[in-house]
Design a binder for this molecule. Sequence first.
Ligand SMILES: Cc1cc2nc3c(=O)[nH]c(=O)nc-3n(C[C@H](O)[C@H](O)[C@H](O)COP(=O)(O)OP(=O)(O)OC[C@H]3O[C@@H](n4cnc5c(N)ncnc54)[C@H](O)[C@@H]3O)c2cc1C
Length: 421
Amino acid sequence: MKKEKIVVIGGGAAGLLAATAAARCGAETLLLEKMSRTGRKIGISGKGRCNITNSASVEEFLPHFGRNGRFLRQCFQNFFSEDIIKILGEQGVPSVLERGGRWFPRSGQAMDVVRALSQLVKESGVQVRHDTPAEEIILRNGAVCGVRAGEKLIECSRVILATGGRSYPRTGSSGDGYPIAAKLGHTVSELYPALVPLVSSKKLTGLDGLSLRNISLRLFVNGKCKAQEFGEIAFQDGKIAGPLVLTLSEKIVQLLKKGKEIELTVDLKPALDKAKLDARLRRDLEKRRGEQINSILRGLLPEELVEICLHECELDDSIDTTAFPAKQRLKLLHWLKDFRLPVVGYGGWAEAIVTSGGVSLKEIDPQTMQSRLVPGLYLVGELLDLAGDTGGFNLQLAFSTGWLAGESAAKAIAVSTPHMP
Ligand SMILES: Cc1cc2nc3c(=O)[nH]c(=O)nc-3n(C[C@H](O)[C@H](O)[C@H](O)COP(=O)(O)OP(=O)(O)OC[C@H]3O[C@@H](n4cnc5c(N)ncnc54)[C@H](O)[C@@H]3O)c2cc1C
C-alpha cells in the first residue's frame, strides 16, 4: 500500500513547527518553501532579537488576540510557551525573560532561532524543498489529494497551508495562501495592515529615532476620548510608531477606513498634574532667569521636541525669560500635557508587522486546525483571521497552530492507514 504523505506549504514559524510535529509523529512529511531559505520573517523579528513568546498564562494570552482569541484556547493548551522554549533550549538556544514577560534568545540573535528551527525540521526527518512556490491544492472527491507547484504535481493526502500573511512581502509572505484557500471555498475576511506605524498630518521627520517612554497616550475618535494608555511611543520614517501606537493601530486603521477623525494626544509629563507641572515651570523659569527659552526647554524635553514645542507654543528665542508672560507659561503647560498628533493614514504592507483579517475561523476546527470544508486541509499561522499584540503573541500563535495541525494531520493518517503485517 502506498504510504500517505503530508505536504506543508510555507517554511515560516507555523510551517516549521507543523512539519516537525508531523514528522515526529511518524508521518512522511514534505515542506515546500518558496524562498531560498526558511524562516526569513523570524530572522528579522523583534528588531533582529526575536521576541519568541510571552510568559503570560493561556487565559492571559487570549485577550491579546481580541474577540477571536477564544479560538486558540485548545491549541495553546496543547502546545504553549514552555514547549517552544524547551525545544529551542534542546537545540542549543536558551532563552531569557525580559520586561513585559517577553522571552528572547539569550544570544539576542533572531538568526539563532531560525537556525535552530531549520535544524529541527531536518533532524525530525522532514524533506525540505526550497525555491518551490506552491500554487494550488488539488482535490479528488472533495478531499485533498495533491499540491501543484509549477509543472510538478505532488501527491499527498494532507496539506498544511502555512503561507503567512501579507505583511513584509520581501520575507516571502506575500499573501499567496488567501486565494489558494478561497479557491477551495474558504471565506477570507478583508485584510488590513496591523501593528503598523501611523501617518500624521504634522511633519514629523525631525523626530525620527526618538522614543518617548513613560508617557500617557489618549486616542480621540471624532473628538471623543476612546482609549488611554501609559507606556512608550516612537517616531520612525516620519511616522508614529512604538508599542502603544502599534497596539492601537489595528483599531485606528479600521476607524480611518470608516472615515472617522482620529487624533492622538501625548501627555509628556503624566506624573505631574497641572498644578504640580505649573509649579515646576515657575521654578525652572526662576532658577534659569535670563537664559534663552530653548535652553530652558531642553531641561524639560528631549532635544528633538524643542523645535516643535517652540513652534506650536509660538515662542521664539527673543522672548524675555526674566519676565516670562503667564499666558505663555500656561500655553507651554497645556502643550506638555496635550501634544497633539492628528492621524490621517497608516503605513503599507511593507511596514506592517502583521495582517489583520484572513481565513474565517468558523470554517476551521480549533481542536485540530483542519478545515471544516475540505477534508485533509489544515490552515495555520498568520493566514488565519487572528492578529495579536506585540510581545511575542504572534509567533506563539504560529508555533501553536502549526504544532497542533502537524500532530493532528499525522494522527489522522495513522488512523486511516492500517499497519502492514
Ligand atoms: C518586522 C517584524 C517583526 C516581528 N517581530 C515579532 C516578534 O518579535 N515576536 C512575535 O511574536 N511576532 C513578531 N512578528 C510577527 C511574526 O513574525 C509573524 O506573525 C509570524 O512569523 C507568522 O508566522 P507564519 O508561519 O504564519 O508566517 P511566516 O513566518 O510569514 O511564514 C510564511 C512562509 O511561507 C512561505 N510561503 C508563502 N507563500 C508560499 C507559497 N506559495 N509556497 C511556498 N511557500 C510559501 C514564505 O516564504 C514564508 O517562509 C514580526 C513581524 C515582522 C514583519
